[in-house]
Design a protein around this ligand. Structure first.
Ligand SMILES: Nc1nc2c(ncn2[C@@H]2O[C@H](COP(=O)(O)OP(=O)(O)OP(=O)(O)O)[C@@H](O)[C@H]2O)c(=O)[nH]1
Ligand SMILES: [Mg+2]
Length: 313
């Protein structure tokens, strides 16, 4: 089934969420390497970096080992620079639920399409500020809501700004705080996991939150092109696993866990949305039916009075 599924080609949708200025837009461009975008559309490396002001999906078709993947990365406006960030998560949660709703609507059509264009969000990269001491109250608030509707993968943003020791300490602290706050990030434990899955998931858990570095520039290092950021002391290479976890994150999302992320989205997040929606529709119909009965009864009660009035007249 998996092979058929892969052969048919599939949609894989990732959303990037987090504080403003943490490098979300830059990471979209790192993922798509060279196909630069911002909220205004495509732009060049030389163009000014603009703050993202709306939710922008960008799609690119990737073909690898006979597998066609329509990868969509959804960039979102960052939060955290307002004095009041109350409700900053609302547009993101709405976007995710809207995709579920669109899928459900097409699924419930009498003439159901053979394959529905899947815009449901399969993974959410949540950007954590490397300058913070751990999870901020706003992170806790947003993460609690996000984990209810989507597979959340926390990432340590701008990892080049941390020392090796700081990075390790940050990762440890975030893991502890997530556990303390009962925030369940992806991957979730499953009874169906075999030894290999468990070992792989443990490796992911150990790396989490993935230390990422985004870059839109290519440098020449000893004659070879290097995608990275140039610091006074040298170049941090985005594609070097010794410098950051970008390659691990890409392998994890697009190779080892791609199918699982899609499956878990359908079976856990979409399913709970679907159940909730269908229950609401049922309750609404029951209420409508009850109203109609009550109205009919009331009309019957009015009727004798009306006759009486006529007789008196
Ligand atoms: N040091 C460092 N700087 C980065 C990294 N990624 C992005 N930046 C820089 O951080 C600034 C903000 O990057 P953006 O990608 O616009 O951040 P954003 O999260 O999209 O911001 P909003 O659109 O406001 O939410 C830019 O100057 C980037 O060059 C990184 O990995 N390391
Ligand atoms: Mg942005």
């Amino acid at each position: 089934m998996e092979r058929k599924f892969l052969k048919r080609g599939m949609n894989f949708n990732i959303i990037l969420v987090g504080e403003s200025g943490m490098g979300k837009t830059t990471l979209v461009n790192t993922i798509f390497a060279g196909h630069l975008v911002d909220s205004q559309g495509r732009r060049t490396v030389q163009g000014p970096q603009r703050k993202t002001t709306e939710i922008v999906p960008t799609t690119q078709v990737i073909e690898e080992n006979n597998v066609t993947l329509r990868l969509t990365v959804v960039d979102t406006p960052g939060f955290g620079d307002q004095t009041n960030n109350e409700g900053c998560w609302v547009p993101v949660i709405k976007y995710i639920k809207d995709q579920h709703a669109a899928y459900l609507e097409r699924e419930l059509k009498p003439q159901r399409e053979r394959s529905i264009n899947d815009t449901r969000v399969h993974a959410c990269l949540y950007f954590l500020n490397p300058g913070s001491k751990g999870l901020r109250p706003i992170d806790i608030e947003v993460l609690k809501r996000l984990t209810e509707v989507v597979n959340v993968i926390p990432v340590l943003a701008k990892a080049d700004s941390t020392t090796v020791e700081e990075r390790a300490a940050f990762k440890k602290r975030i893991k502890e705080e997530l556990a303390m706050q009962r925030i369940q990030a992806y991957p979730y434990p499953s009874e169906e996991d075999d030894e290999e899955d468990i070992a792989l998931n443990n490796k992911i858990k150990e790396l989490s939150p993935f230390a990422v570095v985004g870059s839109e520039n290519v440098f020449n290092e000893n004659g070879a092109p290097v995608r990275g950021r140039r610091h006074a002391w040298g170049i941090i290479n985005v594609d070097n696993p010794e410098h950051c976890d970008f390659v691990h994150l890409r392998n994890f999302m697009l190779r080892t866990h791609l199918y699982d992320l899609i499956e878990v989205t359908a079976q856990r997040h979409y399913e709970s949305f679907r159940t909730q929606q269908l229950r609401q529709i049922k309750e609404m119909r029951a209420a409508q039916a009850q109203n109609a009965t009550q109205m009919a009864q009331q009309q019957q009660q009015i009727q004798p009075g009306a006759t009486l009035f006529k007789q008196q007249a």
